[in-house]
Design a protein around this ligand. Structure first.
Ligand code: SF4
Ligand code: SF4
Length: 356
């Protein structure tokens, strides 16, 4: 049975209900490093299929107001990843029903940062784990482009989507690559990232079929600390549990893996987050790279999925919490217990002390 782009797109958008789907031929990955090359997962792959589901705009609202975090995490992060996994399964099943192989890839593609987890399985092969960079794959499949922030942008939803990828032996028609039309390098993402993780100047770039694809050289450590809720300026969670710790995220020089490990270690100590999930949650809410960018692109009328709300959410400057330690040694005297010592006064309550 033949499989056409039209049949796959129709099934994907009308039955599986993904919002957009595109195809890259395998040749577009010729220059990919061995540990990111789709052929090192499926040697016979002829096409890379990439699809997306939109992040519902309303799930960004509570984070933008600084009052409600679970909605973004539950519906637009882990929830969306789960939906993409189901969509990926259904699309792979559809392709298999047409007699072609299909390999669904993980919706979370960051394991490259862990470093090689095992030696190469045989000479000439890269060590485990081979992972595709979803945003590069989406660009090569014609869905949109990587913005300066490193977040993937589309004409339909701006920065609001998450991606799914599968490989197939079906030789589908590649969609045209379109770059240089969505991100105008306004750098609002840089200004509004609460971690200072998005570098305004330093970049990473690749070139494919004459398209220069370039994005900021993101500080993954600072981003991950903030993403996991350890940035006191950007959430009350860590400050609530460790009011005396100074953790100026923008001054940290941690690797992604250090930040990951620290986030996992701290996560169980922050009840407001750990009641939401069993793994660290998306507590930044992507305030710079998604919310800031969304506001900019919508204001410029460069997002097709438009709304009547104007201005987009809060028109106020992004909120920041104080990241100074909220008590001092003079106030609490550490762990020394002196029964003769005069009773000390409790430090004054923070204005936001009833938060979580
Ligand atoms: S805010 Fe969006 S459009 Fe502006 S530079 Fe960043 S990624 Fe590009
Ligand atoms: S997720 Fe948050 S910390 Fe990371 S780049 Fe986006 S805005 Fe910055």
């Amino acid at each position: 049975m033949t499989l056409t782009n039209e049949a796959l797109r129709d099934y994907a958008c009308n039955v599986v209900e993904v919002d957009k789907i595109g195809v890259a031929n395998i040749e577009r990955f010729d220059a990919a490093p061995a540990d990111m090359h789709p052929r090192n997962i499926m040697p016979e792959a002829r096409s890379v299929v990439v699809f997306l589901k939109r992040i519902l705009r309303g799930t960004c609202r509570g984070v933008d107001e600084g009052t409600h975090w679970p909605s973004y995490h539950i519906y637009s992060y882990t929830g969306l990843s789960r939906m993409l996994s189901v969509a990926n399964y259904r699309l792979a099943r559809f392709i298999e029903q047409h007699g072609f192989d299909a390999t669904s890839l993980s919706p979370i593609a960051t394991s490259r940062e862990f470093g090689p987890a095992a030696p190469p399985p045989r000479p000439g092969m890269p060590p485990r784990e081979v992972v595709l960079q979803h945003r590069i794959a989406a660009t090569l499949a014609g869905l949109g482009e990587i913005g300066w922030s490193k977040v993937f942008l589309t004409p339909e939803f701006g920065p609001r989507q998450r991606l799914g990828v599968l490989l197939t032996t079906a030789e589908l028609e590649p969609d045209p690559i379109v770059t240089g039309v969505l991100c105008d390098r306004c750098k609002r993402c840089v200004a509004e990232c609460p971690a200072g993780a998005i570098d305004p100047d330093r970049s990473v770039a690749i070139e494919v079929e004459g398209h220069r694809i370039e994005w900021t050289d993101l500080d993954l450590g600072k981003c991950k600390l903030t993403h996991f809720g350890l940035n006191k300026q950007s959430g009350p969670f860590f400050a609530r549990r460790f009011p005396g710790v100074r953790l100026a995220v923008a001054e940290q020089e941690v690797t992604w893996l250090e930040a990951w490990d620290l986030g996992w270690a701290m996560f169980p100590t922050m009840p407001a987050l750990s009641t939401l999930a069993t793994a660290p949650v998306a507590a930044c809410g992507a305030r710079g790279c998604i919310i800031g960018c969304m506001k900019h692109m919508e204001a410029e009328q460069r997002v097709e999925n438009s709304f009547r709300t104007r201005p987009v959410f809060s028109a106020k400057p992004p909120w920041r919490l104080d990241d100074e330690p909220s008590h001092r040694f003079e106030d609490h005297k550490g762990l020394v217990y002196d029964p003769e010592a005069p009773e000390t006064e409790q430090p004054p309550a923070r204005e936001d002390d009833d938060w979580y």
